[in-house]
Design a protein around this ligand. Structure first.
Ligand SMILES: Nc1ncnc2c1ncn2[C@@H]1O[C@H](COP(=O)(O)OP(=O)(O)OP(=O)(O)O)[C@@H](O)[C@H]1O
Ligand SMILES: [Mg+2]
Length: 366
């Protein structure tokens, strides 16, 4: 997969831009606050249909203008394609894929695939489970559109079920009459999602191990193990029916606890990834450097799994990560990017790998 060209109008501090990219390494360089990350955000916006920095679309529209447009040309192994996103303040955004309207936002995910890596990802091991769930969700959604649909349904059902739980004290009858319905819907989607997450991590874990070993040259073997919240062994999630039954059991036998807590206590919104080195928790026992290397390995693995599943290498978007890495990891990362397309932002281009240099000043790219 290759990002060829992007045309932007009124996005963040970019009034107008038309930028072409090389198939290999592209380096966006400039002082702080010039628009380096904004360009990566625009690229990622066409890949995911949403920003990685804000959940408020309005933030993306350039101050003082009433709408924005981002049009991205990319090539997969078959042909050159285009995704265009238009947004007018206060209105629904419009997305077109090869000039054909896409009605649902989720349908754009997985057409143009990217792996985003920013400094915050370096704390993926130390962070809370929400960040690790996010890691799985973005990676898996780009591979299997059906996963994202299931996840969206799950979140909707979860919202309804939580509302019902919170209203249970006041309206016990509605709770008793309908909780079973919502529990069974939730259990079903949870089981479907669990299987995807389990399978994904089995694949990713192998790549995490090989990247980590190559990078660190150590004999310690890392693993990334899926931790479903339903207390099943990870491999048991292969069996969707058994997993659904287990979730249903949990969701039907602890109503008082859930009412006390005011929310749903079991489900894929409580999952985690257990990252281990030599079978010990990396979160507790790994050094800071090992944790960062593991996080880097997780991001690289995201690209490897994507290539394996789709037969297309994704485009890597690196926001300011090189300055956060030491010489060994920098060299490793540079080596890894040799036969891939990568778009890198940096304030400090010296010591970077060679590639097309694009200078950024006040939202202008040259
Ligand atoms: N909606 C908007 N309209 C106009 N300008 C905006 C908007 N949103 C953000 N900006 C501006 O965009 C500028 C550049 O942001 P960006 O994050 O791309 O900088 P950067 O080049 O990545 O800097 P750094 O090196 O510090 O990360 C900021 O000064 C910010 O104020
Ligand atoms: Mg930046």
């Amino acid at each position: 997969m290759e990002c060829n060209q992007i045309r932007i109008r009124n996005f963040r501090n970019i009034e107008w831009a038309d930028v072409t990219f090389d198939p290999g390494v592209n380096i966006l360089t400039g002082a702080n606050a010039q628009g380096k990350t904004n360009l990566l955000e625009a690229i990622s916006f066409t890949a995911l249909g949403k920003s990685f920095r804000t959940s408020h679309d309005e933030d993306l529209i350039r101050f003082g203008s009433d709408g924005t447009e981002v049009s991205l040309d990319f090539t997969d192994s078959v042909r050159r394609q285009n995704i265009t996103v238009r947004m007018i303040s206060g209105k629904r955004r419009q997305i077109e894929h090869n000039k054909v309207k896409i009605s649902r936002l989720s349908d754009v995910v997985g057409i143009f695939r990217t792996v985003l890596f920013c400094p915050e990802h370096l704390s993926l091991i130390k962070d809370g489970p929400g960040e690790r769930r996010n890691y799985m969700d973005i990676a898996i959604s780009q591979l299997y559109p059906i996963y994202l649909k299931s996840l969206q349904r799950y979140n909707q059902i979860l919202k309804q079920r939580n509302q019902l739980i919170r209203g249970a004290e006041e309206d016990r009858k509605t709770f008793t009459d309908t909780i079973e319905f919502w529990s069974s819907q939730l259990a079903h989607e949870a089981a479907v999602i669990s299987r995807y997450r389990y399978r994904y991590l089995v694949k990713a874990s192998e790549h995490i191990a090989s990247c980590f070993l190559e990078m660190m040259g150590e004999k310690e073997i890392p693993e990334a193990i899926y931790v479903p919240s339903c207390h099943l062994e990870p491999a048991a999630c292969e069996d969707v029916d058994a997993c659904e039954k287990q979730y249903l059991e949990l969701l039907t036998s602890h109503h008082d606890r859930e009412i006390g807590a005011g929310s749903t206590l079991w489900g894929i919104h409580k999952d985690d990834i257990d990252i281990r080195i030599n079978q010990k928790s990396a979160r507790t026992f790994a050094s800071q450097g090992q944790q960062r290397s593991l996080a880097l390995a997780m991001k690289l693995a995201e690209g490897e799994v994507c290539a394996e599943v789709c037969g297309e290498k994704p485009v890597f978007l690196f926001d300011d990560v090189f300055s956060e890495l030491d010489a060994t990891r920098r060299a490793y990362l540079s080596g890894k990017m040799k036969d891939r397309q990568v778009i890198i932002t940096t304030c400090e281009p010296s010591g970077m790998i060679g590639g097309k240099v694009i200078t950024v000043e006040n939202g202008v790219y040259q």
